[in-house]
Design a protein around this ligand. Structure first.
Ligand code: PGA
Length: 244
């Protein structure tokens, strides 16, 4: 179902003590937030986060998952394990994995299927690099990433979330303008509609902060945000959550 949603992506940050401060700050302040809120934490902290968030209404998520069912895959984490730890969401295809760790669109699609098979909601990240934008390839790149998912008949995207995250805006302080983001969101929405996937929420990600969230979230096809750096401090993250 299309919904207003703000998701924190902690990336590879956190400590038991720091997480407690952050999560208790979030649970204390979440009361007046109208949007759905989730935090995607590193694997080792899922149990701690689950316990602190219990009953708060804030959802839990992970940042990656194996494409495989449980088996001999040393170091990997299966979707059913994340489900067992209370995850609702799993981020897949983040650019830091596509580019830094050479994850292909085919692998991302397989992970998407694995997440759905375990009754969780995939947050599928798509986005172009600066070089791709400068040569006018933005739409082709993003549609290609999306089509890898849409071409698999076993993925239904009934509850899914897509996050448009231009790579040049992630962690750089350089946000896409609301108009630039809206243009891509409308394109993504159009492609999803062609394939009858009309319930997908589309988040914007890339240097979202309290000062720019309101203008971004006011755009008709932006349903919320995927927040990296600004999700690591409770007051900053809550201010973004209140931007609706
Ligand atoms: P940022 O990261 O908000 O720090 O730019 C967003 C993301 O990588 O999901």
């Amino acid at each position: 179902m299309r919904r207003k949603l703000v998701v924190g992506n902690w990336k590879m940050f956190g400590s038991l003590e720091g997480n407690r401060t952050l999560l208790e700050g979030l649970t204390a302040g979440i009361g007046d937030v109208a949007a759905e809120v989730a935090v995607c934490v590193p694997f080792p902290y899922l149990a701690q986060a689950r316990q602190i968030l219990n009953g708060s209404g804030i959802h839990l998520g992970a940042q990656n998952v194996s494409e495989h069912f449980p088996g001999a895959y040393t170091g990997e984490v299966a979707a059913c394990m994340l489900r067992e730890f209370g995850c609702k969401y799993v981020i897949i295809g983040h650019s830091e994995r596509r580019h830094g760790l050479h994850e292909t669109s085919k692998t991302v699609a397989a992970k998407c299927a694995a997440v759905e098979a375990s009754d969780m909601v995939p947050i599928v990240c798509v986005g172009e690099t600066l070089a791709e934008r400068e040569k006018g390839a933005t739409a082709d790149v993003v549609m290609g990433q999306l089509d890898a998912i849409l071409s698999r008949p076993d993925i239904d995207l009934a509850e899914a979330v897509v996050a448009y995250e231009p790579v040049w805006a992630i962690g750089t302080g350089q946000t896409a303008s609301p108009e630039q983001a809206q243009e891509m969101h409308a394109l993504i929405r159009g492609r999803l509609a062609e394939k009858l996937r009309n319930n997908v929420s589309i988040l914007y990600g890339g240097s979202v902060k309290a000062s720019n969230a309101q203008a971004l979230f006011a755009m008709p096809d932006i349903d919320g945000g995927l927040i990296g750096g600004a999700s690591l401090k409770a007051s900053d993250f809550l201010a973004i959550c209140r931007a609706f």
